[in-house]
Write a protein that binds this ligand. Structure first.
Ligand code: EPU
Length: 344
């Protein structure tokens, strides 16, 4: 990860601009892939040099050499097969809510997943991996189904939520996912049951706990959920209670949700708070005053600011309480490795 520090005076250019001007690595030749992707997906869905900051909830990160937008599972498969065959680094992003992209950008193809098919048949729900969690929650609750209301305020997609076993308000993906369809590394499509997804707290078999090439894992195409019947009025009421609680305890604006996983039997937010770190700043990023486990970013923030804070929070909590916090968010380096921020 490139950690060029920015200057703090108002007159200077934004951090990302300084970082990329000084440090821009040589471009990667994506022209042949661009032509192939344009034919497959349409010219309006392929862009060169698009800033990753527009596609992540921290709103930081340099440009992707090439970015393409897919609106169906078929288009997602096509895009992945094309970039894989070309041997370039690649990455699928949903809403980019759990990820930190390098200020130096991404030397490959970023595939933005907007495959958003959703069908409900009794208590069976099938959602494509680009469906927004807020939409999934709203639609299932409107159908009087219990099991997914907890995710209505999470700014992510079904695919990312399965990979990270997202959870809130006592619920998690592991409780409701029955099966998922994957595009595997050898290019075949297979269905995998929940037992083989190996769900744990903020973990699944699809998540890299150590740094690996971003394209080195299967891609979630769609997911089947089994929910139970309930009462729309009651579930909606509970959703409002959860929303009020979330508003009172978690910051709005640009963030990536919880930065660290909770250590067994404790809370990362409580430990960071108790270490006196709320309000700690690096450039235009800060530890939230409302919740210690959130880093919020301003318009001039860069990925280096966020990375610096993650390192300092982790170090302080280790020094103060002897607890080594494990990041929930993942970082992506320019050459396409995905894993824990800072590599540890
Ligand atoms: N606390 C503090 N200071 C803080 C923050 C929290 O003392 O700055 C204390 C709280 O008072 C509470 C305890 O720590 O006693 C736990 O805090 P909270 O209820 O806010 O829950 P959390 O464990 O910090 C988890 C999830 C959130 C999820 C909430 C609500 C993790 C890492 N985080 O937060 O998930 O929204 O519960 O269900 O498991 C996410 O994963 O991105 C995320 C936001």
């Amino acid at each position: 990860m490139n950690v060029l520090r920015r200057h703090d005076t108002e007159s200077e250019a934004p951090a990302a601009a300084i970082s990329s001007a000084r440090d821009r690595p040589p471009a990667v030749d994506c022209s042949h892939v661009a032509a192939e992707l344009t034919t497959a997906l349409g010219v309006e869905n392929v862009r060169a040099g698009a800033p990753a900051s527009r596609y992540t909830t921290w709103r930081v990160g340099g440009a992707a050499e090439l970015l393409c937008m897919v609106h169906s599972v078929e288009a997602l498969c096509k895009a992945v097969r094309i970039v894989r065959a070309a041997g370039l680094p690649w990455l699928v992003l949903g809403r980019g809510s759990n990820v930190l992209i390098d200020d130096a950008g991404f030397a490959g193809v970023m595939i933005i997943n907007r495959a958003d098919g959703l069908s409900i048949d009794g208590t069976d729900v099938r959602a494509e991996s680009g469906v927004l969690l807020s939409v999934l929650a709203r639609r299932t609750v409107a159908s009087g189904l219990v099991g997914l209301a907890w995710c209505h305020d999470i700014p992510g997609t079904v695919g990312g939520a399965v990979v990270n076993n997202a959870g809130a308000n006592g619920g998690s993906m592991a409780d409701v996912v029955r099966a998922a369809r994957l595009l595997t590394l050898d290019g075949t499509i297979c269905r995998i049951d929940t037992a083989d997804l190996d769900f744990g707290y903020r973990h699944s078999a699809l998540r890299a706990e150590a740094a690996v090439p971003a394209g080195g894992r299967s891609v979630v195409l769609d997911v089947w959920f089994t929910l139970s019947d309930g009462d729309t009025f009651d579930i909606t009421k509970e959703m409002h209670v959860q929303r009020a609680r979330r508003k009172a305890t978690q910051p709005g604006g640009a963030s990536a949700g919880s930065v660290f996983k909770n250590p067994p039997g404790d809370s990362a937010g409580r430990l960071i708070d108790a270490a006196g770190l709320k309000g700690l700043r690096a450039g235009d990023a800060a530890v939230s005053q409302l919740h210690g486990n959130f880093i919020v970013t301003g318009p001039r923030a860069c990925a280096g600011d966020v990375l610096e804070l993650i390192g300092r929070m982790r170090q302080c909590v280790r020094d103060e309480f002897g607890v080594d916090l494990q990041p929930e968010v993942q970082s992506v380096s320019r050459d396409g490795c995905i894993g824990p921020p800072g590599g540890v």
